[in-house]
Design a protein around this ligand. Structure first.
Ligand code: ZN
Length: 467
C-alpha cells in the first residue's frame, strides 16, 4: 500500500443488541446510568480515528478498545523501536521492527475482539487527510510534529469533526477539544480550533521535540487517558466536553491548571470569514518536514541494533537464538562482545556520514581525535554536554564543562588560549557553539569534534550507547 492509499473505515453493521458475553464484559459500564445499554451501544457503533500510535496513541487506543469503542482507526507510518518501550505501552520487545499500526491492532484485538481496528500505515498530509477522517466520528491528535497538528486541526474544522488534542513535553502536558462546530458547554459560544490557539507555527528548530528534550514515561499515559475520557464523553454525550477549555498538567508539581480558549472570529479556518477552506502545504507553512530524517535514521539504527543483538521478534536470519541482551548495555569505552557486533556504519573515508558538510577550520573528526589519544598527544579535551548525558556515555579523558556553564567556568580555561583544545557534545552542534565562544575569547587552537559522541560510538566505540 502506498502512503496515500489507505482503507476507509468500513461501515460496521450497527450493533443493535448486546450478547450475553458483551453484557458481562461491559457490566461495570452498564450499571452506570450515564452509560447503560444505550451508551454501550453508542460506543460499539462509534468510529474513532487516532492519529499517531506513539506515546499518546497507545493509552488512548488501549482504553478506547477496552471501553468497547467499535471501530478504532490508527494512523502511523513508524515501526516499533526499543526506545519506544519506555512509554508506548501497547508494544513489547517482540514487536520491535514491526509496523506500529500492525502491532497495535494485534494487541487491541486481543484486548477486545469487539473492536475493529483499521490500520492506516500512512503519513497524514494535506492530500489524504480529508479522505482519511471522513468516515470517523471523532479524531484524536496524538502526533508529535507541527505540520501534522496544523493539518489535522484544519481538516477537522473543514470536515466538522471534533479534534481531541493532547501534547506532551518533558514533565508537562496539555489537553483540550477543538470543535468550532460545537458549543462551549459553559458559554454557549462556538469552540475554538487549533489555529485560534496557535495562529502561527513556532520558528523551525525553536521548540525541541520529545526526542531532543525527553519526556517522562508516565506523562503520555496521563494525558492520553484524559484524551480517551474526552472521546468517550463526546460519544456518549455526557458531562461537559473540554471545548474552549485547555487543561495544563505538570507532573513534577502534580498540578492541573485550566485556561479558557476562545474562538478567534478572524481565524483563517474557523473564523467568520475563513480564507483556508482546504488543506494547505503544512511542511511549507511550518518550515519543517512531517517526517524528521534524523529521527527516522535513529529508529532504523535502533531496530538494526536490536536485530543484531538477537532480540525476539527483531531477529533476522543472521541472528542466532539465545543471545538476547539488554540494548545499549555496552559500557562506554568497552568493545561489545564479538558476537553482538553492530553492523558497520555507513561512513565515508574520513569516518563521517555521507554528505556531511565538514568544516576543516572549525572541526576535527572522531578518527583524528582517536589518533591523538592513541599517540598520547597533549591537548585539552572537553565534553560540553550536561552531566546526565555524560553519565549515559562518555569518552575517557574528556573533562565535563557544560555549554550552559561556560561563562561561569571560564576561569578554568584561562591561560590555555594557545593550547590545543578539542570539544565534543552529543552530535556536534553545541560543541561548535562552544568553539565559537572560545575563539571569541582569544582561544586560537580549538576545534569541535564532528558528529559528537554519537558518531564516536558508531565509528570508534561501536556498540556504545546512542541516545
Ligand atoms: Zn480557529
Amino acid at each position: 500500500m502506498t502512503p496515500t492509499q489507505s482503507p476507509a473505515a468500513p461501515a460496521q453493521p450497527p450493533q443493535r443488541q448486546l450478547n450475553s458475553e458483551q453484557i458481562n464484559r461491559y457490566k461495570r459500564h452498564l450499571i452506570l446510568p450515564e452509560v447503560g445499554m444505550d451508551g454501550q451501544k453508542k460506543l460499539l457503533n462509534a468510529r474513532v480515528l487516532c492519529i499517531g500510535a506513539g506515546g499518546l496513541g497507545c493509552p488512548i487506543s488501549l482504553y478506547l478498545a477496552a471501553a468497547g469503542v467499535g471501530t478504532i482507526g490508527l494512523a502511523d507510518v513508524d515501526v516499533v523501536s526499543p526506545s519506544n518501550l519506555q512509554r508506548q505501552v501497547l508494544f513489547g520487545l517482540k514487536d520491535v521492527g514491526e509496523d506500529k499500526v500492525k502491532a497495535a491492532a494485534r494487541r487491541l484485538k486481543d484486548l477486545n475482539p469487539d473492536c475493529n481496528v483499521i490500520e492506516h500505515k500512512t503519513v497524514v498530509n494535506s492530500q489524504n487527510v480529508l479522505e482519511l477522517i471522513k468516515d470517523y466520528d471523532v479524531v484524536i491528535d496524538g502526533t508529535d510534529n507541527f505540520p501534522t497538528r496544523y493539518c489535522v486541526g484544519d481538516a477537522c474544522v473543514i470536515a466538522k469533526k471534533p479534534n481531541v488534542y493532547g501534547s506532551i513535553f518533558r514533565f508537562e502536558g496539555q489537553v483540550t477539544v477543538f470543535a468550532p462546530h460545537l458549543k462551549n458547554p459553559d458559554t454557549g459560544e462556538r469552540g475554538p480550533c487549533y489555529r485560534c490557539m496557535f495562529p502561527e507555527p513556532p520558528d523551525p528548530g525553536s521548540v525541541p521535540s520529545c526526542a531532543e528534550g525527553g519526556v517522562i514515561g508516565v506523562l503520555p499515559g496521563i494525558i492520553g487517558t484524559l484524551q480517551a475520557n474526552e472521546v468517550i464523553k463526546l460519544i456518549l454525550g455526557i458531562g461537559k466536553p473540554a471545548i474552549g477549555k485547555l487543561t495544563y498538567f505538570s507532573a513534577l508539581d502534580l498540578e492541573f491548571r485550566q485556561f479558557k480558549v476562545r474562538r478567534d472570529p478572524s481565524c483563517p479556518v474557523c473564523g467568520d470569514h475563513p480564507t483556508i477552506t482546504a488543506p494547505i502545504d503544512y511542511e511549507q507553512f511550518c518550515g519543517v518536514p512531517i517526517l524528521d530524517p534524523a529521527s527516522l535514521a535513529e529508529t532504523a539504527e535502533e531496530v538494526q541494533r536490536a536485530k543484531s543483538n538477537g532480540h525476539p521478534g527483531a531477529s533476522t536470519a543472521s541472528a542466532e537464538p539465545g543471545r538476547a541482551g539488554p540494548i545499549g548495555a555496552a559500557r562506554p569505552g568497552s568493545a561489545p562482545p564479538a558476537n553482538t557486533a553492530p553492523p558497520r556504519p555507513n561512513l565515508d573515508d574520513k569516518g563521517l556520514p555521507p554528505g556531511y558538510q565538514f568544516k576543516p577550520d572549525w572541526e576535527t573528526t572522531p578518527r583524528e581525535v582517536k589518533a591523538m589519544l592513541d599517540k598520547g598527544e597533549k591537548f585539552v579535551f572537553i565534553d560540553c554536554r550536561l552531566p546526565n548525558e555524560h553519565q549515559i556515555t562518555h569518552i575517557e579523558g574528556a573533562q565535563l564543562i557544560p555549554l550552559q556553564q561556560l561563562a561561569q567556568r571560564m576561569g578554568e580555561l584561562r591561560g590555555k588560549e594557545a593550547e590545543k583544545i578539542v570539544v565534543h557534545c552529543k552530535s556536534g552542534a553545541r560543541s561548535l557553539q562552544f568553539t565559537q565562544a572560545l575563539r571569541q575569547q582569544g582561544f586560537k587552537n580549538i576545534k569541535s569534534m564532528a558528529g559528537g559522541i554519537l558518531l564516536w560510538n558508531k565509528d570508534i566505540n561501536p556498540g556504545g550507547p546512542q541516545y
